[in-house]
Design a protein around this ligand. Structure first.
Ligand code: DGL
Length: 268
């Protein structure tokens, strides 16, 4: 059985584009509808109630646009609103999140001390710590909020003296001393992977969240007979809730130069 309807992917901004790109790489015949809620960014600084309200509206939008599955490509939304997103999606639309597949994978690997950097909304929920320790209580998990990294990325300041200074200040903190692995617990941070690797001189394993999460998407679609057919002609549609000066530049850098953004504000 095949299903050629699109997969819905959403985030508060461009962070989730790396996950969309990974879907395109591993599932080249799948169509995508992406929604980046740039109007309400950053989710990481918002209350649980606000994040839930935005996430549920986007879920309704993706559902109305005939999505067959939804990937919540935002840790802050996953950590705070997953239950409500699932309720809004309904039982016929599987919802894949970005935290549980990663927690599941690292819990069964040889890791002793894992550092997690994320937004305040994710760290305050302790979602990663709980998900990992529930599966393996021997792993030492340290979580750190690194909120300045989101504007650095959204403004296009990666690979600059700004990103370098912010990363050094956060990551060379004593709290992260001795970690053997790091989870980039905010989808935006995937865009800083190379710089983080350089800072740790390649000695800390950066968990590949996009790969792990997209493998979960594949598993879920295959299990439900919802993979697109091999000869399907994929369509990619990208919405953002508000246009900002350099968003198209950043989006091209993260997804590819053919990307086009459609401005679409929702009734939150
Ligand atoms: N990309 C979002 C996440 O994974 C966070 C960015 C924001 O604060 O909106 O948590």
């Amino acid at each position: 059985m095949n299903d050629n309807r699109p997969i819905g992917v959403f985030d508060s901004g461009v962070g989730g584009l790396m996950f969309a790109k990974e879907i395109k790489r591993l599932l080249p015949t799948e169509s995508l509808i992406y929604f980046g809620d740039t109007q309400n960014l950053p989710y990481g600084e918002k209350s649980k109630e606000e994040i839930t309200q935005f996430s549920v509206s986007i879920t309704h939008f993706l559902k109305e646009n005939n999505c067959k599955a939804i990937l919540v490509a935002c840790n802050s939304a996953t950590a705070n609103s997953l239950k409500e997103i699932r309720e809004a999606a309904g039982k016929d639309i599987p919802v894949i999140d970005v935290i549980s597949p990663v927690a599941e994978k690292v819990s069964f690997e040889l890791r002793e001390k894992i550092g997690i950097i994320a937004t305040k909304a994710t760290v305050n929920s302790s979602a990663y710590k709980k998900a990992i320790r529930r599966r393996n209580k021997h792993i030492h998990v340290v979580e750190m909020a690194t909120p300045l990294l989101v504007p650095v990325i959204e403004e296009g300041f990666t690979n600059s003296i700004i990103s370098k200074a912010v990363l050094e200040t956060y990551l060379l903190n004593k709290k992260l001393e001795g970690i053997d692995s790091i989870i980039l617990g905010c989808t935006h941070y995937t865009h800083l992977e190379k710089e983080i690797n350089q800072l740790f001189e390649g000695k800390v394993d950066i968990v590949n969240s996009p790969l792990i999460v997209v493998n979960q998407v594949i598993y879920q679609l295959a299990k439900e007979g919802k993979l697109a057919s091999k000869d399907a002609n994929p369509q990619y549609t990208f919405f953002i809730s508000v246009n900002t000066d350099n968003i198209i530049k950043v989006a091209k850098k993260f997804f590819g130069k053919d990307i086009q953004l459609i401005e679409k504000s929702l009734d939150y």
